[in-house]
Every structure is written in structure tokens, then in C-alpha cells.
Design a protein around this ligand. Sequence first.
Ligand SMILES: NC(=O)c1ccc[n+]([C@@H]2O[C@H](COP(=O)([O-])OP(=O)(O)OC[C@H]3O[C@@H](n4cnc5c(N)ncnc54)[C@H](O)[C@@H]3O)[C@@H](O)[C@H]2O)c1
Ligand SMILES: CC(C)[C@H](C(=O)O)[C@@H](O)C(=O)O
Ligand SMILES: [Mg+2]
Length: 347
Amino acid sequence: MLVALLPGDGIGPEVIVEAVRVLDALAIDGLIFEEAPVGGAAYKEQGHPLPDTTLALARRADAILFGAVGDPDCDALERHLRPEQAILGLRKELGLFANLRPANLFPELANASALRPEIARNIDVMIVRELTGDVYFGEKGMRTTEAGLRQGYDIMAYDEGEIARIARAGFETARARRGKLCSVDKANVLETSQLWRDVVIEVSADYPDIELSHLYVDNAAMQLVRDPGQFDTIVTGNLFGDILSDLASMCAGSIGMLPSASLDKDGKGLYEPIHGSAPDIAGQGRANPLATILSSAMMLRYSLGRNEAADRIERAVGKALAGGLRTADIGGGATTRKAGDAVIAML
Ligand SMILES: NC(=O)c1ccc[n+]([C@@H]2O[C@H](COP(=O)([O-])OP(=O)(O)OC[C@H]3O[C@@H](n4cnc5c(N)ncnc54)[C@H](O)[C@@H]3O)[C@@H](O)[C@H]2O)c1
Ligand SMILES: CC(C)[C@H](C(=O)O)[C@@H](O)C(=O)O
Ligand SMILES: [Mg+2]
């Protein structure tokens, strides 16, 4: 079982190292790692954020463990050379259309949530975010209007095949959970969203056992803060899912806690924390590695068939938190390394 390690930029390498230490401590039979540069690190080394050799490794691997990309030094580069193009390119090239972003609260972190503990306590939602379409991948550019003004544009588009595919992922996810699916769109304004809603309803005919509801995205954001416990599974588009998952992370304590899986049609996956490279804290040993450690557990479960090892990691994270582990983002002073140590001690 080959795992491609793509640490990337900023805190990416710092959190990946801790996840690898946890995986090493489990001594999983046949698990091997191969590392490659990605993002700003790859641009600085090889002139491209997603070098061919890195993409080839990702294709060859059984699963990919990804840190984060993004480097302020690269923000002025032409868009196709910016670090973020690496993660977008991997998602597109590998067909990773289904992004699972679970947000649940470890009970010990009720006070770290931005919500009152009695409201935060109930959050246990899986956001199923479409990942290879939408405004992210439509035609985009800069042009000049007739009045001589610069105009930027990004086309938002989904075809019915793309919607049906992610809708099915949403229904299947809900079926394996508590049987409730909420589809989030902006059908009151956007044609893309009207088609989204129509197709989700069509697909629902195959899932009579699932309770389907619909929310506009603005209301969904409000409801997630008002009463996150009302949600089981949310299915939504690429842009809305990006925003709602960062929002949900603070309901669950911190963006440093939320893992993710990005899956293709056969279950091959890329696993990464939902956060970015956090340039504001990079190099200081202050990053919370738990989102990445929990992403490695998702990798073991979804792509490598090692459910027991995945359970062990998740239990160890819970025990470490119960034992008082707190990095700065969740109200403590533990370093990234100490956090890794605390999880390993509880395996
Ligand atoms: N998938 C990815 O690689 C990914 C995801 C999001 C953002 N980015 C990129 O990361 C860069 C920074 O973006 P941003 O600042 O908007 O978002 P970010 O997620 O990197 O950081 C947002 C805030 O959360 C904090 N934070 C994030 N992860 C943390 C962790 N593990 N522990 C403790 N605190 C943490 C940061 O310090 C910062 O204050 C940008 O270049 C952006 O494009 C990449
Ligand atoms: C870095 C960026 C392209 C990415 C996204 O918008 O998908 C990030 O915010 C994420 O959530 O993984
Ligand atoms: Mg994001």
C-alpha cells in the first residue's frame, strides 16, 4: 500500500510529519510512503506547483495524504503557477469529485466552540461537497467592459451528470448515517442551483428511505450556527461547501480539528485537513495537527481497508483531548509535536 505524501507549504509539512509519526507508531503491515513537493514549495524547487512527477506519484499511489498549499510569496504569480492550482489540479486530474468533511464535536472541546456549549454539543454533520465543478472550474478571466472598466469573471456551471453523481454520494452517505440529507443551493437566484435542486429531487426517487430537505445557502449558514444538531448529511456545490465547512469547523471547536476525504468514483482518495497553510503561524510549532491525523484515519478507513487502525487513531485523539491536550487554537499551549506525542501515547 503506497501512500503519496504531499506536505506542501506553511504548516502543511508540520502537520504531515505528525500524522506520519502516528501511522508509523501503528506499524501497519505493508504501508509505505513516498514524498513529493507540491504547491509553493514545488514552484520554488521546480518552477511548477504540480510537477509531472508529483502528479505521477499521486496517480500511482493507493492514497494521498496532503498537507496544505499556499504561500504569500506566490500570490502575485500568474494564476496557473499559484500554489492553490496544485490542489485544484489534483482534484480535477484524479476525478476526486466527492469531498467528505465531517464536523463533530469531541465532548472535551465544547468550550472551544464559538457556540455556547449546549448548542455546540449536538453537532455531528457530514458535509458532502462537490469538488471538481462549479465556479472553480468554469471559464474565467479578465476583460474590459464597453465603458473601459476591468471586469473579472468566473462562470458557474454544473451539468446534470455532475449533480446526479454527487447527489448519489450524498444519499449513500446519509444512508450510512442517520438517514437525513439536506441539499444546499441558491435556487431562488441561480440557474445552476435550480438544476441542482431538480436533479437532487430526481435522484431522490432511488432513495425513498432518506428524508430529503432543501435549504438556500444563506439560511443554511445561519441554521448551522443557530442549531447545528439539526443536520445529519449536507450535500452541496464546490463553493458553498468550501464556505460552510470552514463555518462548521468553528462550531466544532477549531479549523485545526476538521479532516476530509476527497474520493473518486472507485473510492481512491486524497486526504487532507480542511484548513490551509496558515502562514500566520507557520514555522512556530503552533499548528494543531489533529485535523491531519484524523484525515489519516479517514484514509485508512476509506482507501486502505484498515478500519481497526482508523478506529484506534480516532479513539487516541479523543483520549488525548480527554487527557488535557490543547494546542493554541483550542485554548492551550501544546506544540504541534506535543500534540503528536499525546496521540501516539494513547494509541
Ligand atoms: N487545501 C488547501 O491546501 C488549502 C485550504 C485552505 C486555504 N489554503 C491556502 O492557505 C493559505 C492561507 O489561507 P487562509 O489564511 O485563508 O486559511 P487557513 O486555513 O490557512 O488559516 C485560517 C486561520 O486559521 C488558522 N489555522 C488554520 N489551520 C490551523 C491549524 N491546524 N492549527 C491552528 N490554527 C490553524 C490560521 O492560523 C489562520 O489564522 C492561502 O494561500 C490559501 O489559499 C489552502
Ligand atoms: C485552497 C483552495 C483552493 C481550497 C478550496 O477552495 O477548495 C481550500 O479552501 C479548501 O477548502 O480545500
Ligand atoms: Mg476552504
